[in-house]
Design a protein around this ligand. Structure first.
Ligand SMILES: Nc1nc2c(c(CN[C@H]3C=C[C@H](O)[C@@H]3O)cn2[C@@H]2O[C@H](COP(=O)(O)O)[C@@H](O)[C@H]2O)c(=O)[nH]1
Length: 341
């Protein structure tokens, strides 16, 4: 698309023109120092994706890649009106909420013999079948079920038409370039086109397309088809959890007016100026944290097993948000109901 800024360019432009969201330099450094202590630990490496998360596939084969594809095709909008009443999915003795409830539901379906990760199935799956696959153990269903059904049909049909029904074929058309794969995803699959306007410019965050590239890199353990030479060009994923944890850690600040609005639980529509500022400043904030962390590591002479990139920082901060839900209760996340994040 002509004149469309990349996610990194978009984030920089938004951060430079933001009125209600601010990056705090001291907070950025404190987050970098928090991460420095973890730099040589088990979390900040590609293997953590499997080691730390029991629902993620163990394998690095075609089926695992197609699991990632259907998960990230549905990886959006899990928040509920009231946090105490939400969709929950019980699976193999544990109960999962939010993003993990999606993974649990998909794994439960596979255990039940429902081929939910096969394009030939979800290209024509019915709404009732999707309701069954994503069913909640509470009376609160997973949000946007109808949209999830529409997107499954749309995406499945395209995967069959263009990539013989397997996302691995799409990966193999990317010449092991993360950026080529990112562009192939947004050109081929409409629901991944996370683009909007800000101050008269066309901007992109591509949250689900970027996390799809990242999760493909992770499930393939950064090897073989997943050995993307430019994986570090992928930025963090502009969702609704990262801004919350960045505010909690003091790296991001909201104006009083915006904070008041979020504390009241007011919805922000997709593409609204304040919603764009939250997403853009969060993305740019993580880029600054990464730069600061790499600087600190150089000074300290810290060596790590692989390159620290924005994906690994994002994964760590997202997991941190999950593990510190109680501590973060006073910090509101922004409520946007959409299919993009
Ligand atoms: N920025 C960022 N956003 C992420 C993820 C993930 C899942 N990735 C994990 C899976 C394997 C890896 O090890 C990652 O740890 C989901 N989301 C987004 O969060 C929101 C759901 O939040 P909650 O309601 O609390 O479950 C929703 O917008 C969803 O799209 C991430 O990693 N980064």
């Amino acid at each position: 698309m002509d004149g469309l800024l990349t996610p990194r360019e978009s984030a920089k432009f938004v951060a430079e023109n933001s009125r209600d969201v601010f990056i705090d330099g001291g907070g950025v450094r404190r987050v970098a120092e928090l991460l420095l202590a973890k730099a040589s630990g088990p979390e900040l490496r590609v293997g953590a994706w499997k080691a730390l998360h029991e629902l993620n596939p163990r394998a690095a084969d075609e089926a695992a890649v197609n699991w990632v594809f259907v998960i990230d095709t549905l990886n959006f909008s899990f928040w509920s009106e009231h946090d105490e009443h939400k969709c929950l999915v019980g699976y193999r003795g544990s109960t999962y909420s939010g993003y993990w409830s999606l993974c649990a539901a998909v794994n439960r379906a596979l255990d039940e013999g429902i081929p939910i990760t096969s394009a030939s199935y979800y290209a024509t799956v019915t709404l009732d079948q999707v309701r069954h696959v994503l069913r909640s153990d509470t009376d609160i269903p997973m949000p946007l079920i109808e949209e999830r059904h529409r997107i499954l049909n749309e995406t499945g049909k395209i995967l069959l038409e263009k990539f013989e029904g397997s996302f691995l074929n799409c990966v193999r058309k990317s010449d092991k370039s993360a950026q080529k794969l990112l562009n192939l995803i947004v050109e081929s699959f409409p629901s991944y086109r996370d683009v909007t306007q800000f101050e008269g410019k066309r901007i992109s965050f591509y949250k689900r397309a970027q996390i799809l590239v990242a999760d493909t890199w992770s499930v393939l353990e950064g090897k073989g088809d997943g050995c993307f030479k430019d994986i570090s060009s992928i930025t963090m994923f502009a969702d609704y959890r990262l801004p919350q944890v960045l505010v909690h850690l003091g790296a991001l600040k909201y104006s009083d007016a915006l904070l008041e609005k979020l504390l009241k639980g007011e919805m922000l529509s997709y593409g609204n100026r304040q919603e764009v500022e939250i997403r853009g400043c969060s993305l740019w904030c993580v880029e600054l944290v990464r730069d600061c962390l790499l600087e600190l590591m150089k000074k300290k002479g810290e060596k790590t097993s692989g390159e620290i990139n924005s994906i690994l920082l994002d994964y760590y901060l997202w997991d941190y948000a999950r593990d510190h839900r109680e501590d973060m209760k006073g910090i509101p996340f922004h409520r946007t109901r959409c299919i993009y994040y």
